[in-house]
Design a protein around this ligand. Structure first.
Ligand code: ISL
Length: 550
């Protein structure tokens, strides 16, 4: 029997913004539990919760102060147990977000490290170093934080004078752990067990490519060190802080722990921004992580050739290591695909969009986003959805700077808008306060007025709505076992058409038309379409599934 995760559709819940049960304007665990039937009816197999641990929230919870509890803002451990129990009752699996690269500066270990001083065992759990320069006044190396600014912060010594520096690949409030230290390794095995024993079905692994750093923390190439992190990965020159060979031994250890829990099987999914493909596939070897997000698919421009090539490339690559791809189009770190695709193909988007930036063509973006999802959900492998994409939510592209919370915005002195625009609270009911997100109408980030028409209650049961399209696709995918199917190219279509035959329990033709010329559909039953047909033919930026003859 195929393992459940091989073809599962996982829905990412961003807890702050899903559903607020208390009225404080921030989503919480009881809010999520109350909406689990919605997820069951949508037709997903599992949910992944972005972090809900106690945290000072310097990076929206990706700065964990205690790995074995729940933040009061989100509820209690009992609320988590209730969520797990209810989800399982409804046949939904639950993944948590594990953040192993760094802790919060409020974690007891970091506080102890500050108090203990240089050369102590407490500091050896992190990456403290003496600075360069005559008085140690310069950072130990030239690395940059992924959020902007230097990757090092200096702390005072016991006598109040400037002392050592510590490494943080992200915010200064997210000190990197030292994964060469056996205590760190043991601690994370124990954390995995803590949650697996409570019934959690797996973990998404944050920054999975970052845990091990090159020996001696050498300078990065000065010409490359300041590149935005994705470009730094792509440039083909190995970086001393990412994708080091030593990281794989850690995952082999985790796999052993996770494999002790086999009924049901538990899963580990890597967030690993790693190029080229051969390096990426190493994370997916049979004794390492089960899944790793296909970010290269997410980044593929809306053009038939590149899309076709990326699908085939990733299917072949993952097959070579005995697994299948993990497709994704949106998450809490990237501009939502309904907005991304509303720009001309190949536009290099800034990290977040502001009112003064060029605005997307919203209708075009939504049309293409629906087509992109129609393609994705037909593909063999697993797929991750990000909350709100099933409503066709766009990025909030005109949010006032005063309300921004992403440390990227603040660390770059406002140069980079950051990720708040994709993290806006969900609209559930068009006519309720905060569109049904919160009983008091409060909302930690403002919702744009366009969310009203997109509210879930406006779309449920409405033929042709984005919500109903997702439901149709998810039901069809399940019925025809597309996730475990085999994919071949369908011959006979022009260069602007992506055309595949996916043979699950029955053969389904999947077509995406990226050209201006309408395209004839193959004979068979039309199972789903992302847009209206033009005289029976598939229009531009539309996709369809047709159940074809054996
Ligand atoms: O490529 C990158 C660095 O190599 C980045 O894209 C990085 O992997 C990404 O920003 C990591 O994101 C994750 O960890 C961050 C957190 O802010 C994000 O929300 C989370 O998804 C720090 O924990």
């Amino acid at each position: 029997m195929t393992a459940w995760w091989r073809d599962s559709v996982v829905y990412q819940v961003y807890p702050r913004s899903f559903a607020d049960s208390t009225g404080d304007g921030v989503g919480d665990l009881p809010g999520i539990t109350a909406h689990l039937p919605y997820l069951r009816d949508l037709g997903v197999d599992a949910l992944w919760l972005s972090p809900t641990y106690p945290s000072p929230m310097a990076d929206a919870g990706y700065d964990v102060a205690n790995y074995r509890d729940v933040a009061a803002l989100f509820g209690t451990l009992t609320d988590m147990d209730d969520l797990l129990a209810r989800a399982h009752e409804l046949g939904l699996k639950v993944l948590l977000d594990l953040v192993p690269n760094h802790t919060s500066d409020e974690h007891a270990w970091f506080q102890a490290a500050l108090a203990a001083g240089p050369d102590s065992p407490e500091r050896a759990r992190y990456l403290f170093r003496t600075g360069r320069g005559e008085h140690g006044e310069l950072p130990p190396n030239n690395w940059h934080s992924a959020f902007g600014g230097p990757a090092w912060t200096r702390v005072p010594d016991g006598d109040g004078h400037p002392g050592q520096w510590y490494l943080h690949l992200f915010d200064a409030r997210q000190p990197d752990l030292n994964w060469e230290n056996p205590q760190v390794r043991e601690e994370f095995h124990a954390v995995l067990r803590f949650w697996l024993d409570r019934g959690v079905d797996g973990f998404r692994v944050d920054v999975a490519h970052g845990l091990v750093k090159a020996d001696g923390l050498p300078d990065d190439d000065p010409a490359l060190v300041a590149l935005p992190s994705t470009e730094r990965h792509e440039c083909g020159v190995p970086a001393p802080m990412w994708d080091q060979d030593g990281v794989h031994e850690i995952y082999r250890g985790w796999r052993t722990v996770v494999d002790e829990y086999d009924s049901p099987e538990r899963v580990l999914c890597a967030e690993a921004w790693v190029w080229p493909l051969e390096r990426f596939l190493r994370y997916l070897r049979p004794d390492e992580l089960h899944q790793a997000f296909a970010f290269e698919f997410l980044r593929t421009p809306w053009q038939a050739g590149p899309l076709r090539a990326e699908v085939l490339r990733l299917l072949a690559g993952t097959a070579a290591v005995g697994t299948a791809p993990t497709w994704v189009l949106s998450n809490h770190d990237v501009v939502r695909h309904a907005t991304r695709l509303g720009y001309p193909a190949g536009t290099v988007l800034p990290h977040g969009i502001r009112a003064q930036d060029e605005q997307p063509d919203a209708a075009l973006g939504l049309r293409r986003a629906r087509a992109a999802t129609t393609l994705m959900l037909a593909l063999p492998g697993s797929a991750y959805l990000y909350q709100g994409e099933e409503l066709g939510l766009a990025e909030h592209t005109t949010m006032p700077d005063e309300v921004r919370a992403d440390p990227t915005f603040h660390r770059t002195g406002g140069q980079v808008a950051g990720r708040d625009g994709c993290r806006v609270p969900m609209p559930w009911r068009a006519d309720a306060p905060a569109y049904g997100f919160s009983p008091t109408g409060r909302s930690w980030l403002p919702q744009p007025p366009t969310y009203r028409e997109l509210a879930a209650d406006r779309q449920a049961g409405v033929a042709g709505s984005t919500l109903e399209l997702y439901r149709t696709l998810l039901a069809g995918r399940r019925r025809h076992a597309l996730g475990t199917g085999t994919l071949t190219e369908l011959p006979g279509y022009g260069p602007d058409v992506v055309a595949f035959r996916v043979a699950g329990s029955a053969p389904v033709a999947v077509l995406v038309n990226l050209g201006a010329e309408p395209v004839e559909l193959p004979a068979g039953e039309l199972l789903a379409g992302s847009g209206e047909l033009v005289e029976g033919r598939l229009g531009q930026d539309c996709a369809a599934w047709v159940l074809v003859e054996g």
